[in-house]
Design a protein around this ligand. Structure first.
Ligand code: PA5
Length: 461
């Protein structure tokens, strides 16, 4: 297992390479050292007082044997694993699945999947997707994992009710609780009450850990163990970067440096959009996870920057034109993989002279050069970019990436003076939806929105 660590390369944010107008100078960053030290001290104090519970997840091992035990049973008894959850209750495990399993996981034979079931993430409440899913699933061979920290999120609860009914209908006389696991708050919420009352196996989301920071808790660990991911290495990876992201020296702390740079670029260079651009199909869902982390942690009180997700190389041929020559409001964060296990090559020009320069070139080299070309073109246009590189796509590397980016969000929260752990806007939306759907106790929200819900026809063409 590689013990190499992730690297943050911010050359193309610096004035030496990008020019004084676009770039940030070394002196300016040096001037941030006292504030950076204060931020780390503040974070450490909050952590000691239990105000940053996510940061200690890598050291929480009490639940690991129960997680591995249930994962083992699921792997031996079921062919399909359906994960119900949304936002922070889904994006973390989905990111791990897509990063660490074959891109064709569900199409592989059971032997090639090495005992892992087929994996499905039913995030949305789109009737088409739901119907398509139950059409291909055999109830007797399906395990349903329900994740909701609050235990009341409409999307997840409605899916849970749907799938539980589906199991009961198709497996009459069977105890369908065996097909279910619930991950929710230890004490609060309807799902918790339901799990306890029905004797459904459950895990707790540790107190003080919000959805988008929960991937290293049972929320991400249980599905990861079912997928056959080495969860011990995942946690070790996160723990291994702890000294780096809690270092008081700005020039040695990649999370702090990234937060300061992203903040400065917004405040002083008008970069109000953060483009997250993995150069790896397998890291696309990880980009979705980080997009949520960034948006939901910082977007408060009129502050924050808007995360935009792009995929290298695909979006070079889609969004790049705008990045380079459109509004100069973007800073690009590449997420790269240092080394790929499989290295297919272009065999030969096959008789076409113009193709010969590709002969023998690896696709990994091509992908790397594509990213270099992108950052060079951006730098020539004085558009700042930086990159976070994971040495290899394995559990250790993913643990590192997760913790580094969580800490970038937390430090950025300090700079923007917002609480990175709450999401009042999301909660408001949930309450309005409860009101619209007639949930008892939310009548006021329902009444408040109903007049606006009756939209006049005159503005519809
Ligand atoms: O990060 C968060 O807290 C949110 O994105 C939640 O994860 C999301 O709203 C789902 O909430 P819950 O886990 O309570 O169902």
């Amino acid at each position: 297992m590689s013990a190499e660590r992730v690297r943050f390369d911010f050359n193309y944010l610096m004035a030496d390479l990008l020019g004084p107008e676009a770039g940030i100078t070394r002196d300016a960053l040096d001037g941030w050292q006292p504030r950076a030290k204060e931020m780390v001290t503040r974070f450490k104090r909050a952590r000691e007082r239990g105000g940053a519970a996510f940061a200690d997840l890598a050291y929480k091992r009490e639940e690991l044997s129960r997680i591995n035990e249930l994962a083992g049973r699921v792997r031996s008894e079921y062919k399909n694993f359906v994960h119900l959850g949304i936002g922070g209750s889904s994006l973390g495990p989905k990111a791990l699945h897509l990063a660490l399993n074959s891109p064709c996981h569900n199409l592989l034979s059971p032997e090639s999947r090495a005992g892992a079931p087929r994996i499905f993430f039913a995030e949305n409440v789109d009737p088409d997707t739901l119907t398509a899913l139950v059409d291909i699933l055999e109830p007797a061979e399906t395990f349903i994992n329900v994740v909701s920290k609050s235990g009341g999120t409409v999307e997840t609860v409605s899916q849970f009710l749907y799938f539980r009914h589906w199991l009961k209908k198709h497996l009459p006389g069977e105890d369908v609780s065996r097909h279910l696991a619930i991950i929710t708050d230890a004490q609060k919420g309807e799902l918790r009450r339901f799990a306890d009352q029905e004797g459904i196996t459950s895990f707790a989301v540790p107190p003080g850990v919000e959805g988008r920071y929960s991937v290293l808790s049972p929320v991400g660990l249980f599905p990861a163990a079912v997928m056959g991911i080495d969860i011990d290495q995942l946690l070790q990876g996160a723990a291994s970067v702890d000294p780096v992201v809690c270092c008081e020296q700005l020039w040695e702390n990649m999370a702090l440096m990234a937060a300061v740079l992203f903040y400065l670029y917004q405040q002083e260079r008008g970069k109000s959009q953060l483009v997250i651009m993995p150069y790896s199909d397998r890291l696309y869902a990880f980009g979705q996870w980080f997009r949520q982390l960034w948006a939901e942690s910082l977007g408060k009180n009129g502050r924050g920057t808007t995360p935009v997700l792009a995929l290298g190389t695909v979006d070079q041929h889609s969004q790049f034109q705008l990045y380079l020559e459109g509004p100069r409001d973007k800073l690009i964060l590449f997420i790269k993989v240092g080394s790929f296990p499989a290295r297919p090559r272009v065999p030969s020009g096959q008789g076409v002279e113009g193709f010969d320069y590709l002969k023998g070139r690896g696709f990994d080299e091509l992908l790397d050069q594509e990213q270099k070309a992108t950052e060079l073109a951006l730098a020539q246009g004085q558009c700042g970019s930086c990159s976070l590189t994971v040495p290899e796509l394995n559990a250790h590397g993913m643990g590192q990436l997760i913790f580094v980016l969580e800490m970038v969000a937390v430090y950025a929260g300090m700079l923007y003076q917002v609480n990175p752990f709450d999401q009042p806007g999301v909660e408001k939306l949930k309450r309005i939806l409860y009101g619209l759907m007639g949930r008892p106790g939310y009548r006021a929200e329902g009444e408040e929105v109903s007049p606006r819900d009756k939209k006049p026809g005159r503005y519809v063409i």
